[in-house]
Design a protein around this ligand. Structure first.
Ligand code: FEO
Length: 372
C-alpha cells in the first residue's frame, strides 16, 4: 500500500496483499489489505502491525514518515498473525516502545513471539491515553472476534480504529468507501461478516451499544477501505446481522451433483420458490468455494442443501460446507435437505441431521432415485 495521508497528522501505512486467495480457509478472490495507521502528535503513535511476510514493506512505509526508533506508542488492537506478524521486527528496532493492548493481547504476543520485556500497558474499558493534543479511548471488544480484540477511538479527530470490525477483504486502488460505492462495499462487508464475525452476534450488539455513544466521523478498519460516507449504513447492517434479522423472502440453494439429477432438483426448487415470489440465490459447490456462500446465508431465512449420496455419505464438497457453516452458527433458519442417489441415499438424512443439530426447523427431506 502506498502511504496515504488521511488527516493532517494521520497516515495509513499498511500493506496490500492482492494475491492472497485463501485467508484461513476463507476464499478471498479480491485479495486483502492489512491496514495500519501512524498518528503524529507530541508522542508518535502506531496502530497495529501486518502479516509477517510484509514486514519489510511495512517498515519502509512507516519510515516514509518517521524513523521506527522515533515511535513512542504502539496500540496493538488484536494479535491474530495478520495484525501482529511484524511486531517482533518493530520491537527489535524500538525496544523502548510503550505498547497499549488488552491482557489477552499481551499474553498472545508473549506466546507467539516469546517477547516479554516491552513497556506493556494493559488497558481496560474506559481507559484513556494522552499523547499531546490527542486523547485515545480504549474499547475492549472480547470475541469481536477474538478474546484479545479491542477498538480505539481518537476523540479529537472522531476516528474509530476498529481493527477487524467493519472490515472487508478486498484489495483495490480505492482508499475510501465512497470511492468503492455502497453496493460493492456492502457485498464485501456481508461476505466478511458471514465468514468471520457471524458466531459473535451478542458481542457485536454489545460493541454497537458502546459505540453508539461516540461521535464517529471516520472508521479506519484493519481490512479494506476506510469508511467516511457510509458509516450509518454499515452500522445498521451490523446491527441487523448481529440480531440475526433474516429476509423471509430470501432463499439460498447450495448443492453439488454427481450426475446432474441433484442439480435438476435444485433447478425445480428454484422455480417453485421463484413462483412464490422469493429471491433465490443458487450456489454450486463444484464451481464455488464453500466460504463464498456465507455472505448469502447471513441474512437468508431459507437454506436448501442439495446433497447427492457418494459411498453412503454426502459428497465431500457438501460435507465441507456443512462443517464450515455449522462452525459459523447461523441460527433460526428453515432448512431443506434434498438430493438424488443410486442405491442408498444417506446424504440427505445426514444434511438434515446437521441442520437440526444447529437448531433449525427443517422441512421434509426430498430425495429421488437417479434413473439415468
Ligand atoms: Fe484480521 Fe482477526 O484478523
Amino acid at each position: 500500500m502506498c502511504v496515504t495521508k488521511i488527516r493532517d497528522n494521520i497516515y495509513a501505512v499498511g500493506v496490500k496483499d492482492p494475491d492472497v486467495r485463501i485467508f484461513h480457509g476463507y476464499k478471498t478472490p479480491f485479495g486483502a489489505t492489512y491496514n495500519c495507521y501512524l498518528v503524529i502528535d507530541e508522542k508518535i503513535t502506531l496502530i497495529d502491525n501486518v502479516k509477517a511476510k510484509f514486514t519489510e514493506d511495512y517498515l519502509k512505509n512507516i519510515e516514509e514518515i518517521v524513523p521506527i526508533e522515533k515511535i513512542d506508542v504502539l496500540i496493538q488492537n488484536h494479535i491474530e498473525p495478520d495484525h501482529s506478524g511484524s511486531f517482533p521486527a518493530i520491537a527489535q528496532r524500538n525496544p523502548n516502545l510503550a505498547v497499549y493492548c488488552t491482557n489477552g493481547a499481551k499474553a498472545g504476543i508473549n506466546a507467539y513471539y516469546g517477547i516479554q520485556s516491552m513497556d506493556w500497558h494493559i488497558v481496560k474499558a474506559g481507559d484513556t491515553l494522552s499523547t499531546g493534543k490527542y486523547t485515545w479511548h480504549f474499547i475492549p471488544a472480547p470475541m469481536v472476534h477474538w478474546p484479545d480484540s479491542m477498538l480505539t477511538y481518537l476523540a479529537e479527530e472522531k476516528i474509530l480504529f476498529s481493527n477487524d470490525a467493519f472490515g472487508q477483504h478486498v484489495c483495490t486502488g480505492e482508499t475510501y468507501d465512497d470511492e468503492m460505492g455502497l453496493p460493492r462495499l456492502m457485498e464485501r462487508a456481508a461476505d466478511y461478516y458471514g465468514n468471520i464475525v457471524l458466531p459473535f452476534g451478542m458481542q457485536v450488539q454489545k460493541l454497537l451499544e458502546q459505540a453508539s455513544g461516540l461521535d464517529i466521523g471516520m472508521v479506519c478498519p484493519s481490512h479494506g477501505v476506510i469508511l467516511r460516507s457510509h458509516i450509518k449504513e454499515m452500522v445498521e447492517a451490523y446491527s441487523r446481522w448481529a440480531k440475526n434479522e433474516c429476509d423471509m423472502d430470501k432463499v439460498v440453494i447450495v448443492y453439488d451433483s454427481m450426475w446432474g439429477s441433484t442439480e435438476e432438483m435444485a433447478q425445480k426448487i428454484k422455480a417453485e420458490y421463484e413462483a412464490l415470489g422469493k429471491k433465490v440465490h443458487m450456489h454450486c459447490l463444484r464451481d464455488e468455494h464453500y466460504s463464498q456462500v456465507m455472505g448469502d446465508v447471513l441474512d437468508a431465512k431459507f437454506v436448501m442443501i442439495g446433497a447427492s449420496t457418494l459411498n453412503n455419505n454426502m459428497m465431500p464438497t457438501v460435507a465441507a460446507f456443512m462443517t464450515y457453516m455449522r462452525g459459523l452458527k447461523p441460527k433460526d433458519r428453515i432448512g431443506l435437505a434434498f438430493g438424488s442417489y443410486g442405491w442408498s441415499g444417506e446424504a440427505t438424512k445426514q444434511a438434515d441431521e446437521i441442520m437440526q443439530s444447529m437448531g433449525w426447523h427443517t422441512m421434509p427431506i426430498r430425495k429421488q432415485l437417479y434413473r439415468g
